[in-house]
Ligand binder design. Sequence first.
Ligand code: 3PY
Length: 254
Amino acid sequence: MRKKIVAGNWKMNLDYNEGLALFSEIINIVNDEITGTQQAVICSPFIHIHSLVQLAKGYNKVAVGAQNAHQAESGAYTGEISAKMIKSTGAAYVILGHSERRQYFGETNALLAQKTDTVLKHDLTPIFCIGETLQERETETHFDVIKTQLVEGIFHLNAEDFGKLVIAYEPVWAIGTGVTATSAQAQEIHEFIRKEIAAKYNQEVADATTILYGGSCNPKNAAELFAQGDIDGGLIGGASLKSRDFVDIVKTFN
Ligand code: 3PY
């Protein structure tokens, strides 16, 4: 059985106190209402992480993650945060390659391959994001784009390391737009990703890989999306900023 994960991506929202208050609400509701084995994760801005980890102690249904990490171990990179620093807070996950990082910060597949190596080296779980733009879908190059992101970003890993990461398929046209991929569109890509993993590694590795859907996922559309055979949870943007909505999405797997 693949691990089911619902990860919230708070992006650059919530000041320190607001973040702690929201996280406290989330862990309380998760504790009361989640009966399954699914894992909830909150990927917060860096400034919250250490405090959230402290709040989450004793609540193993909620883990904490970062939204980025630098590829280098340490050094003269003013303003950056290393994977080792993230690990030292007690966080467990790191989102890599979100389309906003690719678009606004010029992150390439080659850079993301380095970041993946560094994050894995520090025993953190990368949530590696891939997805096509609207133009790429309209010109029917989306399968090629996704394959290239896989090949250049993560297919250099050996099977053991590959088995430690989580993939998130986030069509760029569905991020922050309120437009969601239909469950059939999402399933088609998830199935494609799993087939590519099977071709590169083997069926066992492919069957064990958790692949999340992200992009305007909310409590109304989560059940249909998560019912698809190759969708193992979600990476949740706006809806993760509301405790009730986020936990309702996590509850889909109860
Ligand atoms: C969204 O749902 O908009 C996201 O970007 C999740 O990462």
